[in-house]
Design a protein around this ligand. Structure first.
Ligand SMILES: Nc1ncnc2c1ncn2[C@@H]1O[C@H](COP(=O)(O)OP(=O)(O)OP(=O)(O)O)[C@@H](O)[C@H]1O
Ligand SMILES: [Mg+2]
Length: 463
């Protein structure tokens, strides 16, 4: 519970709000309390001044006593002294503290409009004001007003009680709001956690539907996308495994069939020779297929490294041209080779050779007698193009987008003459792409096929 995100967010918010609220309440409280005290004091002074005005108009014993009688019924006390500070009248009994204040103020010069002479309400028993009585410019006496500080304290206590109530209500509301707020943030995260757990258990069909456009929404969308990608990968893997097992099973069936025939006693020697040859070819084909699959597996695991070195591209392609020439002659196909100028390029020569061999072999396999195949190396701006062109049967447009896919062959049946594995071009693409280049095919059925390999001149960009 204490480790839960919602709890952590909640606590964070709570502390934050509490600090703000405490600060606001404290400011408000002290302002209000000060205002109240000020009000009480002003009131007291106002009252004293009113008495003074009455007495200035009529400074007689009866009026003086009248004032005292009036105040004896109120919460306040009035003390009237003569100019020497001698007591004339008091509405309530005078105690030591009051006496002390009166004596202290005697020495002071009090302005005509009176003055609050004791305002320390927290420490003393009374707050007090003094309004001097001046008749015809002559100081005749003083009106002292006293208010019990218990009253002031009561007012402040009331205010504190109100504040306490309001604080409790606000804190409770804050807690409720925070609980909702933290849940609002934490719930989508909890859903995402559950979704990823589901993903790791192998169920890739998670759909985190969310209308949110904030970071949490983006995260939810990313997880949904990840699950879709995983599902697709799983499907592709299954499909690939099915194709691989099919590819392996076919030659094995042949092998078993021919081995059976050979082992029969009545098989003529000629046929035996023929079938043994087929068995050898099939075994070679299997070895080739497994080697290619192994290459691809390495590429998938990123164990596949290309060892770049600066090489002369013309030299490399010329060697290849010389090596394939006899095969083309044998198939009665005219082979031409052109390297525009000397290029030095940073590539893995063995891998690049593998790609060119494969594409040339494809061109040869799919061309008929008398056809022409060309290999040319050109430069266009910063790119180097290796183009292999044939005048063979071409590739149907509906197959063209897939020829770089693994195990994809236009001719689905494994005819022995063209019996490739369907892995050559996918390996080629992996190799070229890990060089930072591209490989693409264009083809017109009946007219021929062109494979274009583009390599960056430095050979290092985009890697
Ligand atoms: N020059 C071409 N003309 C016509 N079809 C082609 C040509 N190059 C490739 N193809 C088609 O594309 C398919 C895939 O080629 P890829 O090189 O990947 O496999 P493969 O040649 O069948 O087998 P592998 O190269 O592994 O021996 C081929 O089976 C063929 O149908
Ligand atoms: Mg091939």
């Amino acid at each position: 519970m204490f480790n839960k995100l919602s709890f952590k967010i909640g606590i964070l918010f709570f502390v934050f709000f509490l600090i703000i609220e405490a600060f606001l309440f404290f400011t408000l409280y002290s302002n209000l309390a000060n205002d109240r005290i000020e009000e009480v004091m002003e009131n007291l002074l106002g009252r004293g001044n009113t008495h003074r005005e009455v007495l200035e108009r009529n400074f007689q014993t009866s009026t003086i006593e009248h004032v005292a009688i009036m105040e004896s019924a109120s919460d306040f006390a009035v003390v009237i002294t003569d100019e020497a500070g001698e007591l004339l009248v008091n509405s309530d009994p005078i105690n030591k503290e009051m006496r002390h204040i009166i004596d202290r103020v005697k020495e002071e010069k009090i302005p005509k409009n009176g003055k609050i002479v004791e305002k320390r309400w927290e420490e003393t028993a009374f707050i007090a004001t003094d309004s001097p009585i001046v008749i015809d410019g002559k100081h005749e006496g003083n009106v002292f007003m006293f208010a019990d500080t218990d009253n002031v304290k009561k007012i402040i206590d009331q205010l504190s009680d109100q504040f306490l109530m309001v604080s409790i209500i606000t804190i409770s509301l804050t807690i409720i709001v925070i609980m909702f707020l933290s849940k609002f943030i934490a719930i989508p995260l909890i859903r995402m956690k559950e979704a990823t757990e589901q993903l790791s258990k192998g169920d890739h069909r998670v759909a985190l539907r969310t209308e949110r456009t904030d970071e949490l929404g983006e995260l939810a969308n990313s997880i949904t996308k990840l699950s879709n990608d995983l599902e697709q990968m799983k499907m592709a893997r299954n499909e690939f495994l099915a194709s691989v097992s099919h590819e392996l099973r076919t030659p094995l069936t042949y092998l078993k069939g021919y081995a059976d025939i050979i082992s029969r006693d009545d098989t003529p020697k000629e046929e035996m020779k023929e079938y043994t040859k087929i068995i050898r070819e099939e075994a070679e084909h299997l070895t080739y297929l497994i080697k290619n699959l192994f290459d691809l597996a390495e590429m998938d695991e990123n164990n596949f490294t290309i060892k770049r070195e600066p090489i002369s591209l013309c030299e490399l392609t010329r060697t290849i041209a010389e090596r394939v020439q006899p095969a083309f002659e044998k198939s009665a196909i005219q082979f031409s080779y052109l390297c525009e100028k000397e290029f030095v390029i940073d590539v893995d020569p063995a891998r690049l050779q593998q790609v060119i061999f494969n594409t040339l072999e494809n061109a040869r396999k799919h061309s008929s007698e008398g056809g022409r195949v060309s290999l040319s190396v050109k430069q266009k701006e910063d790119d180097i193009w290796i183009v292999i062109q044939d005048e063979g049967e071409g590739i149907p447009p509906e197959d063209l987008p897939y020829i770089f896919d693994r195990l994809y062959r236009v001719e689905k049946s494994r005819s022995r003459d063209s019996g490739g594995t369907g892995l050559g071009l996918s390996i080629a693409r992996e190799i070229i792409e890990s060089h930072g280049g591209t490989i693409e095919a264009s083809s017109v059925i009946g007219k021929g096929t062109t494979i274009r390999i583009r390599l960056r001149k430095g050979g290092r960009e985009n890697v």
